[in-house]
Write a protein that binds this ligand. Structure first.
Ligand code: SAM
Length: 310
């Protein structure tokens, strides 16, 4: 589910409010402002709902391309983002210059959570989204985040727990995708496809034909295999228990909830020339995943927690 931020168009900033269709980024969600609103926009809502009154001192750990830090500063918080990836942080810094962050201050440090030195600073809020599953040891990262909190400060975490994906999730994704493919509304871009199949090597469905098999059981198996392949190729990918156990040991968790996320993967391939159709279909997918998650029919793979230090 990573963004591929090479070959970025001039002037591109990962900005929720930009409201622009970046057609050059057709293999990412940034190709449509509606897709961005339904994904990153909702991610921001999950974070925003956990924040205290402005201005708070907020640290975003693994801030990536800066989508959320930009919103935090716009909301009036004083924000520090730490992010080890050079390309991401360059893009995030560019956003401050181009989009204009304020009124809150926004500073970035190229650093890893394991070795960053806050130089005596502490924070009212530590935010971390979709990063803990990538760090070498979530227990170490969470202990550091706890130490950086000011007395009474809080942690707001949203993370992706890939191992909670199950057969029901694969069935839902395969069904959605099969219908969209039949309607001519689903295509994984060449780059996304190559990425999803890195390390594949068997060439079984190369040749530009990435459609699911027509037979439902075979389609579900393909989705399961693609999911495993896509996530196994990551260098580090922590499991749910490796994140949730230290969270409960180190923090008092006051809020914990589960949110739709499978639809991000389906939206990655959703195509329509008609932006109203694209918006309607994308919204239905998000709403249905939410409904089935609430009904207990689909597993949660995206967890949100708000917590204070023990
Ligand atoms: C999937 S991205 C999430 C970016 C952003 N927070 C979001 O939700 O869109 C995961 C980020 O975690 C960062 N990351 C990986 N290991 C890290 C570490 N040890 N310390 C801090 N950040 C790390 C990656 O570089 C990447 O930008």
């Amino acid at each position: 589910m990573a963004d591929h931020h090479h070959r970025l168009p001039d002037g591109f900033v990962a900005d929720l409010r930009r409201g622009r269709a970046w057609t050059e980024l057709e293999d990412t969600l940034w190709r449509s402002p509606d897709l961005v609103a339904l994904t990153y926009g909702r991610l921001w809502d999950l974070v925003a709902a956990g924040l205290p009154a402005t201005p708070a001192r907020v640290l975003d750990v693994g801030s990536g391309t800066g989508v959320l830090t930009l919103e935090l500063a716009r909301a009036g918080h004083d924000v520090v983002g730490i992010e080890p990836d050079v390309t991401s942080i360059a893009l995030a810094r560019r956003s401050v210059a181009q989009a204009g962050a304020g009124p809150g201050r926004l500073t970035y440090h190229q650093a890893e959570v394991e070795s960053w030195d806050p130089d005596g600073a502490d924070f009212d809020v530590v935010v971390t989204t979709r990063a803990l599953h990538h760090v070498a040891d979530p227990a170490v990262a969470l202990a550091r985040m706890r130490d950086w909190l000011a007395p009474g400060g809080r942690l707001v975490v949203v993370d992706f727990l890939h191992d909670l994906f199950d057969r029901r999730a694969a069935q839902w994704m395969a069904q959605a995708r099969a219908l969209l493919e039949a309607a001519g509304m689903f295509r994984l871009h060449a780059h996304a496809h190559a990425h999803a199949h890195d390390g594949d090597g068997d060439g079984d469905h190369g040749d530009g034909d990435d459609r699911l098999p027509a037979e439902p059981e075979a389609a579900v198996r393909r989705v399961e295999a693609d999911w495993r392949r896509e996530h196994e190729h990551e260098e580090v990918l922590n499991r749910a228990a490796e994140i949730l156990d230290p969270l409960d040991e180190l923090f008092d968790v006051s809020e914990r909830s589960w949110h739709p996320y499978l639809y991000w993967d389906v939206l990655a391939g959703l195509r329509s020339d008609d932006s109203a159709v694209l918006r309607r279909v994308a919204t239905r997918l998000a709403d249905w995943e939410q409904h089935l998650l609430d009904a207990g029919t689909l597993p949660g793979v995206l967890v949100r927690a708000v917590a204070t230090a023990r």
